[in-house]
Design a protein around this ligand. Structure first.
Ligand SMILES: [Zn+2]
Length: 459
């Protein structure tokens, strides 16, 4: 019997490891994985002989900007970047307007996604409104999100109404989210310490991008470490499944390692800027606020990388955070006036593959960190997250030897720039399949508005 699609003979990252295989697809699902060359000719054949097949990427942390900030990005522009970058499921963060703090707001947002999203999706609802948490949990979401940061000096990206940092208030939200059984994502940040640190810089008249970068990394990353120490203790008190965002210090990796060794339900992400951008002060000097997300001192970046390699740091999520140039420019003189964050959806797989080519990472760990483990942590597995019979046919085929010099001209984001411009990557996506449909090939995006579907929990 011939399959709808046969991907012929790629080096496939399967759950048991890397091997040459034929992948047979019928409709939206993978139905058969067989020895290379053994499946009968498919109705459509994709030659995978020189390619590596990875499970489609599941990005648990992306700022799609719709609704409310569609001058920065929208569901069409993010969808195109996902297709080109091998991302088949992209999950939104709640700093949009109106924010999904209530069931009513979330329903409005879900309606927009159903109509417009191009790849599979979900929305991490805000967990700040205590009485809304049980209602939000019934909308098929994969996680709640709380920002502990509330911005000073600008109105975005961490606007009032979605931030919460009082310990007692966090404790109550953890109890409420625990009752839903859904994981809670937290952006750790010690607001009280940050207030004190910021005022030291400002008191000395230091406000430029360098001051901003150093303030957030002040005292060897103290604002991150104290926040995570507190959160881990509250997690133990409440039993909530806690997922920590933006891992970027050595001490946080040590705390994670200890908490996991004790068998506690804790997981964490790292973002591309921690390894390939904000870890080099020369990038900050060159790009100013365009290189900030955050500055991560090299000894921290190396510790997080080691934790990422051994799986202590579970997943990579993009923290894709596009802003227009005019929103970044003020950062040269006042880092607190620039919108913080960097775009990364389109190229992060290539950045990972470049490290595979250099022998620092394996294909297996890349698939685990970008697809299998996010799927398992957030309930999408085994429907998504692995190349296996019965799963959605979400697959990215990459040319492991393909080279590309990244440039602003290739950027599909509305922002029109990438902080990775000028660097050569080794390993580029060639075909992306979402539920059996080819959504990227021949360097072109081929997916329509509304094709994406809400990816809900199956386990
Ligand atoms: Zn973010």
């Amino acid at each position: 019997m011939s399959h709808d699609v046969v991907i012929r003979g790629p080096n496939a990252v399967l759950e048991e490891g890397l091997r040459r295989a034929d992948i047979g697809i019928d409709g939206e699902r993978i139905v058969e994985i067989a020895d290379a060359g053994s499946l009968p000719k498919g109705k459509r054949e994709i030659d995978g002989a020189d390619l590596v097949a990875l499970p489609g990427l599941i990005d648990m942390h992306s700022h799609h900007r719709e609704p409310g900030f569609t001058h920065k990005e929208d569901l069409i522009t993010i969808g195109r970047q996902c297709a080109a970058g091998g991302v088949t499921t992209s999950v939104a963060m709640p700093n949009v307007s109106p924010p999904p703090t209530t069931a009513e707001n979330l329903d409005g947002m879900l309606a927009i996604y159903r109509e417009r999203a191009m790849v599979d999706w979900n929305v991490n609802a805000s967990g700040v409104q205590l009485d809304e948490i049980p209602k939000l949990a019934k909308r098929g979401i994969l996680a709640f999100k709380i920002f502990m940061v509330v911005d000073t000096g600008r109105s975005y990206p961490h606007m009032p109404g979605i931030g919460l940092h009082e310990h007692g208030e966090l404790y109550k939200r953890m109890q409420a989210v625990k009752r839903t059984g859904i994981p809670l994502m937290i952006h750790p940040h010690d607001q009280s310490l940050m207030d004190a640190i910021e005022h030291e810089y400002w008191g000395r008249g230091e406000r430029d991008f360098r001051a901003y970068a150093k303030a957030y990394a002040h005292d060897d990353g103290v604002i991150w470490d104290t926040a995570v120490g507190m959160l881990l203790r509250l997690q133990e008190a409440t039993g909530v499944r806690l997922h920590l965002l933006h891992t970027q210090t050595r001490r946080v990796v040590e705390m994670l390692r200890a908490a996991k060794a004790a068998g506690r339900p804790i997981s964490s992400e790292v973002n591309p800027w921690c390894f390939w951008l904000g870890n080099d002060w020369a990038n900050i000097e060159k790009w100013g606020s365009y290189a900030l997300s955050y500055y991560v001192a090299p000894h921290h970046s190396e510790a997080v990388y080691a934790g990422f390699v051994d799986g202590t740091v579970d997943i990579m999520a993009t923290d894709h955070a596009p802003h227009l140039r005019e929103e970044k420019e003020p950062g040269w003189t006042d880092g607190w006036k620039a919108h913080t964050g960097t775009p990364s959806t389109q190229f992060y797989l290539s950045l990972l593959l470049t490290d595979v080519a250099a022998g620092k990472l394996t294909y297996e760990r890349v698939a685990d960190a970008t697809a299998t483990r996010p799927a398992k942590l957030f309930g999408l597995y085994p429907r998504k997250g692995a190349i296996r019979a019965g799963a959605d046919a979400d697959i990215v085929l990459v040319d492991p030897e393909g080279r590309q010099t990244l440039s602003d001209a290739d950027v599909l984001s509305k922002c029109g720039w990438t902080p990775y411009a000028g660097r050569e990557v080794i390993g580029v996506p060639v075909h992306t399949l979402l539920r059996g449909s080819v959504i990227f090939e021949d360097r072109a995006v081929a997916v329509r508005e509304g094709f994406g579907r809400q990816a809900t929990r199956v386990s």
